[in-house]
Design a protein around this ligand. Structure first.
Ligand code: ADP
Ligand code: AMP
Length: 214
C-alpha cells in the first residue's frame, strides 16, 4: 500500500504515519526527518535546507523531489510506503506521480488529517521530538514515560526550532497557500480519505484504518 499523509503542520501526520507504518509493515518516510538528520550531520543538503526550515518556509522543490524518487525506488519500498510531509506543493505531487509511475505503481491513498488552525498552535507548543529516531511526543497529549527522554531509543527530546509560535504562523500560511491545493488534486484522482484530526490519537488511527480498509 502506497499512501501519503496530508494536513497542516501539527495535524498529526507524523504520529499517524508511524502507526500506519507499524500496522502495515511498510517504511515511514518523513522528508522533515530526512532534512533534520542532514542538518544534524552537517551535510551540504542540511546546510541548504536549514535556512528555509528555520524561517518556516518550504525547502525548494528541486532539493526534495529527487531525494524522494530515489527513496521510494529502494528495495524496502517494494510493498509500499507511507510518505509524511511530502508532497507539499503541486509540482512535488506531479513529481511523485511520475516517480511512482516509473516504478509501475501509483499512490493508493492520500489521507487528509483535518485540524483547525486555532488547535495547531497549542499542539506545536507542546510538541517534543526525538532527532535521533524521529519519534514525536506531546507534553500533555502523549507524554514520554520519562520526561525529556525518548521511549523508543532513549535519546534526549527537544523542542523543534520551527515550533515557536511566530514560525508556526508562517508555516500555517505557507500550508494554506501551497499545500492545501493538494486536497483537490488527490480528490480529482479519487484517492482522498479525510479524517477528523481533532479526535484523540487512537480514534484518528481507527478512522484511518477504517478508510484504508485493508
Ligand atoms: P505533523 O507531523 O503533522 O507536523 P505531529 O504528528 O508531530 O504532526 O503532531 C503534532 C503534535 O500534536 C505532537 O506533539 C503530537 O504528539 C500531538 N498530536 C498528534 N495527534 C494528536 C491528537 N489526535 N490529539 C492531540 N495531540 C496530538
Ligand atoms: P515537517 O517535519 O514535515 O514539519 O517539516 C519541517 C520543515 O521541513 C518544513 O517546514 C519545511 O521547511 C521542510 N520540509 C519538509 N518536507 C518538505 C517538502 N516536502 N517540501 C519542502 N519543504 C519540506
Amino acid at each position: 500500500m502506497r499512501l501519503i499523509m496530508l494536513g497542516a503542520p501539527g495535524a498529526g501526520k507524523g504520529t499517524q504515519a508511524a502507526k500506519v507504518a507499524e500496522a502495515y509493515g511498510i517504511p515511514h518516510i518523513s522528508t522533515g526527518d530526512i532534512f533534520r538528520a542532514n542538518i544534524k550531520g552537517g551535510t551540504a543538503l542540511g546546510k541548504k535546507a536549514k535556512e528555509f526550515m528555520d524561517a518556516g518556509k518550504l525547502v525548494p522543490d528541486e532539493l526534495v523531489c529527487d531525494l524522494v524518487a530515489d527513496r521510494i525506488a529502494r528495495e524496502d519500498c517494494q510493498k509500499g510506503y507511507v510518505l509524511d510531509g511530502f508532497p507539499r506543493t503541486i509540482p512535488q505531487a506531479e513529481a511523485l506521480e511520475k516517480a511512482a509511475a516509473d516504478l509501475g505503481t501509483r499512490i493508493d491513498y492520500a489521507v487528509d488529517i483535518e485540524v483547525p488552525d486555532d488547535a495547531i498552535v497549542e499542539r506545536m507548543s507542546g510538541r517534543r521530538a526525538c532527532l535521533k529516531c524521529g519519534a514525536t511526543y506531546h507534553v500533555l497529549y502523549n507524554p514520554p514515560k520519562e520526561e525529556g527522554i525518548c521511549d523508543v531509543c532513549g535519546s534526549e527530546l527537544v523542542q523543534r526550532a520551527d515550533d515557536k509560535p511566530e514560525t508556526v504562523k508562517t508555516r500555517l500560511s505557507v500550508y494554506h497557500e501551497q499545500t492545501q491545493p493538494l486536497i483537490d488534486f488527490y480528490q480529482g484522482k479519487g484517492v482522498l480519505a479525510t479524517v477528523d484530526g481533532t479526535l484523540p490519537m487512537e480514534e484518528v488511527f481507527a478512522a484511518i484504518r477504517d478508510r484504508l480498509g485493508e
